[in-house]
Structures are given as C-alpha cells and as structure tokens.
Design a protein. Sequence first.
Length: 757
Amino acid sequence: MQGVGFRPFIFQLAKKFGLTGWVNNSADGVHIEFNADEIVSKIFYDEIILNAPPLSHITSHEMKKTSSIEYEDFKIIASCNNSDPVLLISPDFAMCENCRKEINDKTNRRYNYAFTTCTQCGPRYSIITQLPYDRGNTAMENFEMCNQCNNEYNDAGNRRHFSQTNSCSNCAVEMKLFNNRQETIEEYQLKIISKICDLWNNGKIVAIKGIGGYLLTCDATNEKVIAELRKRKHRPSKPFALMFPDLLSVEKEVYLHKAEINELESVAAPIVLLKQKKGTQTRLALHQIAPRLSNIGVMLPYTPLFQLLLQQFSKPIVATSGNTSNSPIVFKDEVALNELNTIADYILVHNRDILVPQDDSVISYSRHYQHRIMLRRARGFAPFYLSENIVPPQTTILALGALLKSSFSLLHRQNIHVSQYLGNTDNYDAQKNFDKILHHFLELFHAKPEVILVDKHPGYFTSQLGEQLAKKWDSQLIKVQHHEAHFASVLGEYNLLLEAEPILGVVWDGTGLGNDEQIWGGEFFIYHEYAFSRINHFDYFNFFLGDKMALEPRLSAFSLCHEIEEAASILQPKFTIIEWDNYQKLIATNSLKTSSVGRLFDAVASLLGLIDKSTFEGEAAMLLEEEAHQYFKSELHIPNSWMENNSMEHYLSTQSLMKEIIIKIKDGENKPEIAAWFHVKLVLIIQRVADNSSCEKICFSGGVFQNGLLIDLVTKIVGKKHLLYFNKNLSPNDENISFGQLMHYSNNKSHIQYFNA
C-alpha cells in the first residue's frame, strides 16, 4: 500500500470508535491490532477501506482474529523494519491548500516559513533513505523538532500528527544565498525572498534548490536575460518552462480547459503545455521562451518557498532544470556551487538534502479531444504505479528500458514501481546517475532481481548494465524487442493482456533495433494468444550516419528523396557540394535501413523549409505539428478530397509519400496545408491497416504519439469504427519501454495468469 497520513487517520478513527490497541508502519504496510467484538470490528474495518485518506492507496487488505490481549488505550507505535519492504513509495506532493493558507496568515506561527509541510504535502520519495517512511529514514533525521512542532507531531487531533517533515522557523530548514563566487550574500529567510525578487528584477539568473533538484530561474518578461540563460545553458531553442504566481495570472496568457486546471492544481503540480492566447497584450518574452511554438509550459508554485517568491515577485519566472543541456539535473549543494556558477549569477541552497533527484513532470492535452499525454513522468508521479487489476508473481523482475528518455521498472513482492524520467543515457554523467538511483531503489526494497529485462540493442548502456547485473546476481537475462515493449506498455496500462480477440498495435517512433537487425520505427503489430506479430511496416529507406541523422532533418530528406528528380532543387541547397557527393557515396554502399515515422516527420519538416538541423530531439516534429495546427485552427475540418485519396496500392510506400509532398510543394501549396495533409495521410494509412486487420481494438505508442494533433486526427477518423488506446499515465516515448518490457515478459501464458486477477 501507499499510506499517506494513514496512521493518524487510524488513530483518530479508533478514538472515535472507542477502541484500544495500536497501529504501526511495517515493511509490508500498515498493521492495526485492536480490541472489539466481531460486529464493531467489521464496521471499523469497512470504515477504514471506504474512507481512507485521499492521498493513500490500499492495494490489499485483510482482517483476522489474533491471540487475546487486552489494551488500555490506542497508540501509534514505532515502525517495524525487520523484513523486506512490501510497500509503494509515495511521490513528492505539492503544497496543500491548508499549508498555503498558513504561510499567508500573519497570525499563524508558520507565516512566511518556506518549508511548511503536513501529512498531506511535501517531499517523500526525494528524501527517503530507507523504508518505511519515518522521519529517521529520511533526510529529516538530523533535524530536531522544537517543542511546539513536537507537540503537533504527537497530538492525535493535529493535522501534523506524525508528519515526518514537520518543522517551523524555530527548528527550521535553513537557507543561504550565494553569489557565483561562493560568497554568502544572505542567510535570513525573509531577506532572501526579497533579495531574490530584486535580483530577478535586475536581470539576474538565480539557481534555486527545489524538491527534486536545482532550477535555473529568471524574469520571464526580460528578453535579454532569457537569451543569456540560453547562451550559458547551451540551449539555443528548446522551450523553457514558466512558473506563474497563481491561476489567475496563467489565465491571462493561455487558454485553459478544466482538465488542464485540475492538472496544474493537483498534488503532482506538473508542467502543463498550454496554448497561448492570441491578440492579447503580453509582457512575456515569448519568442525567447518558446521559439516558433504556440504552446508554453506552465506550472504553479509547488513548494512554500516558490509560493513566497512568486507571490512577492508578482510576475512569471522561467524555471528550467539546473543543468547544462543533456546532463542530469543538479541536486547536490556542492555541485551546484561549483558547476551551476557558470550559468547562474546567484545560488540558493538549503540544508535539507535531496537523496533522489527528479525533474519536473510535463503533461499536455490534445487541443480538440483533450487526450492526456504524459510527456515526462517524474516529480509528483514517480515511482508510484498502481493498476488495480494486476496481481503479479513473487518473482523479482528488473526492467532497464532503453537508451533515450530512460527509466527502469521493478516488480518486487507483487508491487510494480516505475522510476522517474532519468534522461538520455548516452553520456557518462547520465549513466552514473541512472546507476546510482537504480541501486538506491534496489536497496530500499532489499531487492535482488531474479530476472533482468533489457532492450535488444546491444549498444545501449542499459543493455550492457543489464548484462553486468545478470552476471553479478546470476539472474536470467531476457532481451525484449523495442517496439513490442512500446505496444506492451499500452496493453499493460489498460489490462488488455488477457484479451481473447486480436489487438492491433501501431508503434511509431524514431529508432529501435528490429528483429531483422534493421532500424524499426513505423510498425504495425497484432497481439493475439500471448504473442506479438509484426504484420506490416512503412517501406524501408536508408539509415545512415547514426545519431547524426536524428539531429539533422535534412539527412532524412536526403535519404528519402535524393533519387527523386523533382526534389533536387529543394534538396541540394541544403548541402555543400562535398556533402552531397559524400552522402551519395555513403548511401550507395549503405546496408542499414529504417521504417521510422519519426524520420518521416523530420524529412517533411526539412522539405518544407522549417528546419534542417535540430538543436533538441523532436524539434522538427514539433515545428511540423505547429504548422499543421495553423491550417486546422480551432476546428478539425478535413477536406473531402483528402479523405477520398486513400486508394494507393502501395499505401506504406515512403517513396510515394515523399513524391506526393514534393508535388504539393512544386504546385505552390502553402506549408500549413501540406503539413496538415501529411498528418491526415498518416492517419488514413492507420485506418487502411486497421480495416485489413479486422481488429476492433487498437493500441498506439512510441514517441511520434506525443503529437496531440495526430492523436486528435486518429480519434476523429479511426475512432469511428475502433476502440482506441493511448498511453495515458505513462509517456508514449521511450520512458514507457521499461514498463513495457515488464508487461511483455508477462505475455507468456505461464506468467500472465499471475499478472491478472
């Protein structure tokens, strides 16, 4: 179970019923022993199950008679930690409304206290040293509570009863503000708040320690300082997230739907991508914040510290991960002082250690059908994962995921845990970070995996790590094909593994090693009778220059179009004469092929003149989606001629698709129209495959399905005749691979009987 505020809840309920006994945390959950007859026991038991604290999750429960012991009163007793933990770890929760009111109440002793928490909010996963979750097992261990906090902690009627992060200004978590020469500027909290606001107003960049790591912050209305932040962070165009003081200030800048408001105000408090309002006066430096895009990433203050800062500043700030591009988020104070000083002018530290670093989570909703798309699953969500219909075996299984957008998943003692987003493990720092967090996680549960699941690609860091760990622990090592894992992640999310009828899987992404040793990425599968079959794919085209191809959309355009005579005038100006000759020779001898839809998006973006060299992963696809949105505007009106043009004999031909694009360019069609047509064309291809498969249910996964417009078009066109399933609680990108590997392993009938109730 995940027990948030559970022991105080039980204590107060027992008092209400006049019961005697005890409650405690143990390695396998909450235990309660009490004196009562069978009738009262049943009522008490039902009350616990029906009215458990809102942030808690009960995964299993039972009641049985014990030996007869008479208790004098009811107590919360010390936690028991004498066996392997069988618990779900609570994520870090955003500040609750009660704490928000307290820090703004001049009569409250926590007025303006920047680390105010209670049983319903504050850090958890990021500060845990071991389980169960008690103060002595967290980064709060060395903080001694003052008399008033101690009284609250032990008062059954107080909402801070057994609040493990309890503190106040008398026993405070202490802050220090440094300049980038490691000189102390300010130590007094209230002065620190005012000082940082002054620094923002004066165009300074301030690194601030949050829950999961440091954030680099500056005034979101100051174009010059944001440009400087881009320069120092080596992030030329990737969008920055913004933190707004409150929902009212957000509504002035963007369109908001109910689901998006709920997400912003949820206990996870993620970044939510929202559409900018047109025709309104804005002070935001938008073309520096999100160049060429109409969505901006928005979050609300999720800690008391950020609440106090934003409240006083009264303007939005840029709040981006404290790192240089592609490196893990900085979370240690000494590293921040020694490495972030090349980016930040000032650095705010505090003395509550972060033990498990996490980035902010990112979510978007498709514009027309409001499909929820988890783009990055981290703070506020990880590592908690609950599926009410999954009852896994006792076997401990570790799934290590892929290379990019990495995560790991652990099945241990019948609980599934999915780690936070851990970045791209194609560099040494990210690999060290992945390895450290993995081992910390395994130590929390005293887990030694009997089975280790890895991607089939032998060059991935996670595949190599899996081989090392399998040898070390004498574990069974199993390789899972990348796109089958994507498909399995959706089957697992929706508990479809036991379905009797065949299910179609559409898996589109950038790259993944296929069973034929080619690079897959435009795949159609059937899942039936516990087996995955690849039934179709986009025609192969040349995959060359490795990772460089993903970084330069012009290379995808070259690969697909260099033999199309009509494309020469569009294509050749993108290359020098030497490049053109060299690439012709390379392709002539190249044997590695790909079916990647991600590279199709890159090629079309390049042909339309949107981008030839990307500065971050997925940039070309984002720009192409943005262009298509300009065509559709507020309604998904699709011309009848587009819908009728689906009679191509070779409908998965990448060459034919590119020829049609080039004809449209030559005919002078505008970019938004061509981009929109391309999106619709892809959906019509899905419809054609679906019609040929006779499957009622279709699952969609892979990084391409981060595209909200594509999902909306699939819903509009394909959803008329089919039941559609998209990743919802997990990201469609490679973050879901580890969970998908776990679900894929269960597709064997001998395993699946355990995985489903």
